[in-house]
Ligand binder design. Structure first.
Ligand code: VAH
Length: 268
C-alpha cells in the first residue's frame, strides 16, 4: 500500500498510523545539505518539525522508529579521519545541525518515554535514482554524464574524500538495524559507511569501462560543506553490535551503477 503524507502534519501522521495499524516508521523526509544552505529557514523548519512529529507519534502509539542521521552531523572540529560514533559534533550546515538535534531528541524520547528510536549516520548514498540536493550528488551525476556525454564537470575537487555506500548496502543496513534485538544495541545512533571515495578515484574506475571519459573539477559552494565533513568513518560498533557488513566496494559499485544508469537511459 502507498499513500502521500505531509510530514509537517502530525495529525495526518497519527491518523495514518491508526488507520493502517502502523508499528514502525523509517523517517527519511529531510531537506539535504546543499539545498538547506540555499534556504536555511526552510531546512530548519522542515527538518526539526518532521522529527518532532515522528517522535511524538511514536511516543503516542508505541512505534519503533528508524530516523537516519548523516555524516553531516559532524563538523570541522570533529576528527577528520576514522571519525568515531561519539565525538565533537559542531556541524556548520543547517542540515547537520538539524541532524544532531534529531539524534539528541531521539535519545531523549528513548530515555524519558522508552521510545524505540534507532538511527544510522548515512554516508553519501549512491544509486541510479536522481539525487535530492546533497553534497554527495556528484557521485551519481558522474555516471549519467559519463554515459550521456563522456565527460563531467565535478563540483568538488578531485581529492575530496567522503564516506559513501551503495543504496543496496544502505537498505540492508537500515533493515538490519530496524530488526536488531534491542538487547544487542549499546547505543541508539550508529555510524555506517562502506568506503571513502574521491572524485578522481571514481573517475579512474569509470575509465576502466569508458577509457575516453574525461572529468574536470570546478568546486562550488558545496566544497566548503564537504570540507567540514569526515573523510572516513569508524563504524566498528555497527559491525560488532548488529552485524553491519557492506557488499559493494568501489569497483563493484561502478559496474552496477553503469549497468543501472544505462538501463535507465535506454527507457527514458
Ligand atoms: C547530503 N547525501 O549530501 C546527503 C548526505 C552524507 C551526505 O547526508 O546532504
Amino acid at each position: 500500500p502507498f499513500t502521500y503524507l505531509n510530514v509537517m502534519d502530525k495529525d495526518g501522521l497519527s491518523r495514518l498510523v491508526v488507520e493502517h495499524g502502523i508499528t514502525r516508521i523509517i523517517h527519511n523526509a529531510s531537506i539535504l545539505s546543499a539545498v538547506g544552505e540555499q534556504n536555511p529557514q526552510r531546512g530548519i523548519e522542515l527538518n526539526t518539525t518532521a522529527i518532532e512529529n515522528v517522535l511524538e507519534v511514536a511516543r503516542m502509539y508505541n512505534l519503533r522508529v528508524l530516523a537516519p542521521s548523516s555524516i553531516a552531523a559532524f563538523g570541522p572540529s570533529s576528527p577528520k579521519e576514522n571519525t568515531p560514533d561519539i565525538t565533537i559534533m559542531r556541524p556548520t550546515t543547517v542540515y547537520g545541525i538539524t541532524k544532531v538535534y534529531g539524534e539528541l531528541l531521539g535519545d531523549y524520547y528513548h530515555q524519558k518515554y522508552g521510545v524505540d528510536y534507532r538511527s544510522l549516520r548515512y554516508p553519501g548514498i549512491i544509486s541510479a535514482a536522481m539525487p535530492g540536493g546533497g553534497t554527495t550528488d556528484w557521485a551519481i551525476h558522474i555516471f549519467y554524464e559519463a554515459l550521456k556525454h563522456g565527460k563531467y564537470e565535478c563540483f568538488l575537487s578531485e581529492y575530496t574524500a567522503l564516506p559513501m555506500m551503495h543504496l543496496r548496502d544502505c537498505i540492508n543496513a537500515t533493515v538490519s538495524l530496524l530488526n536488531a534485538d534491542n538487547a544487542d544495541l549499546k547505543q541508539r545512533t550508529y555510524n555506517v559507511s562502506a568506503f571513502s571515495l574521491r572524485p578522481n578515484d571514481l573517475a579512474a574506475a569509470i575509465r576502466t569501462h569508458i577509457p575516453s571519459f574525461e572529468v574536470t573539477y570546478k568546486p562550488d559552494f558545496r566544497q566548503q560543506i564537504a570540507d567540514s565533513w569526515p573523510s572516513s568513518i569508524d563504524d566498528l560498533n555497527a559491525r560488532r553490535d548488529w552485524g553491519w557488513q557492506e557488499e559493494y566496494d568501489m569497483a563493484s559499485l561502478t559496474e552496477d551503477m553503469l549497468r543501472e544508469v544505462e538501463e535507465y537511459l535506454k527507457s527514458h
